[in-house]
Design a protein around this ligand. Structure first.
Ligand code: HEC
Ligand code: HEC
Ligand code: HEC
Ligand code: HEC
Length: 186
């Protein structure tokens, strides 16, 4: 029995630690945590209050009506504006704040509000042939081969939009039947 004191002290220490842990836990864990799962129930409402960063192609087309029209009536209406240009909220917010004739300048000053797509990288994401992609989606196996097949000259700077209008996919040809750089808008 000589060591009973040591043992009791150890038990007391563990008891203090456990009670302390339970106390701190009861103070810091939100009351609605774990009600329907391993999360805070009110987090759903909090997330719901956040502003949507995507505004949808119809909203883009309200201002960019020429591009909106050629996109909608063309062969490329499946990928949405924001698939290539990124979320449009910041871009349109500038307009809402500055509803004067000065807004075109203002909107362009917010450089990173809307993406200018690369005209090659995002095309490859969807159109380079891989076994996972649906065979119904028109795809190319190799950029260099595709370009020379269509009488282009492949360099490291070649872009898909050197030949394809990104909004309609259409290729423009000159009198000799060679592809020429298309106008982007519309
Ligand atoms: C309320 C009007 C408005 C809406 C909505 C709007 N834009 Fe714009 N956008 C403008 C104006 C104004 C400019 C600058 C002048 C111009 O290029 O016509 C501009 C410029 C751009 C540019 C060129 C940016 C640059 O760096 O040169 C792109 C790309 C663009 N918009 C895409 C979009 C997309 C995609 C959407 C939808 C997510 C959208 N816009 C929604 C008014 C709008
Ligand atoms: C498949 C990808 C893709 C989609 C979908 C797309 N764009 Fe674009 N957009 C581009 C590319 C690529 C450019 C050219 C970027 C460059 O030349 O630097 C461009 C350029 C633009 C520009 C600038 C035009 C100019 O004269 O400089 C505007 C504005 C624009 N797009 C609006 C839209 C709107 C609105 C939609 C939807 C109705 C849309 N885009 C859908 C890829 C796309
Ligand atoms: C988000 C995916 C996506 C991106 C990014 C994308 N496309 Fe497409 N593209 C599609 C889909 C989907 C179709 C088929 C359209 C349909 O049948 O509705 C298509 C169709 C095409 C076609 C065939 C049109 C025809 O003759 O039927 C060409 C050419 C094309 N895209 C070129 C491009 C180019 C160039 C770019 C880059 C500027 C690009 N695409 C970016 C999804 C994409
Ligand atoms: C040198 C010009 C040129 C370049 C650069 C180019 N294309 Fe094309 N592409 C064409 C031509 C021409 C066609 C045939 C369609 C036509 O005649 O309108 C075509 C057709 C396509 C088709 C449809 C294929 C089918 O089976 O019908 C897709 C998809 C396509 N291109 C994607 C791309 C992508 C993605 C890039 C960039 C990585 C690209 N193209 C770059 C000229 C080009």
């Amino acid at each position: 029995m000589r060591h009973a004191g040591h043992f009791l002290r150890l038990v007391a220490l563990v008891a203090v630690a456990v009670v302390g842990f339970l106390f701190v836990r009861s103070q810091v864990v939100p009351k609605d945590f774990g009600v329907t799962g391993h999360f805070r129930l009110s987090a759903i409402a909090d997330e719901g209050k956040r502003e949507a960063r995507h505004i949808g192609s119809d909203a883009c087309a309200e201002c960019h009506d020429d591009i909106g029209k050629s996109w909608k009536t063309g062969k490329h209406h499946t990928p949405q504006c924001e698939n290539c240009h990124g979320p449009g909220l910041m871009h349109t917010k500038v307009v809402a704040e500055e509803s004067t004739t000065a807004y075109p300048d203002k909107i362009l000053k917010l450089k990173n509000a809307i993406k200018r797509p690369t005209g090659i990288q995002e095309c490859k994401w969807c159109h380079l042939r891989t076994f996972e992609r649906p065979s119904t989606l028109k795809s190319i196996a190799n950029v260099e081969a595709h370009v020379s097949e269509h009488k282009g000259t492949f360099t490291k700077d070649t872009k898909c939009i050197d030949c394809h209008n990104p909004h309609t996919t259409l290729v423009t040809f000159d009198a000799k039947g060679l592809p020429v750089k298309p106008k982007i808008a519309p």
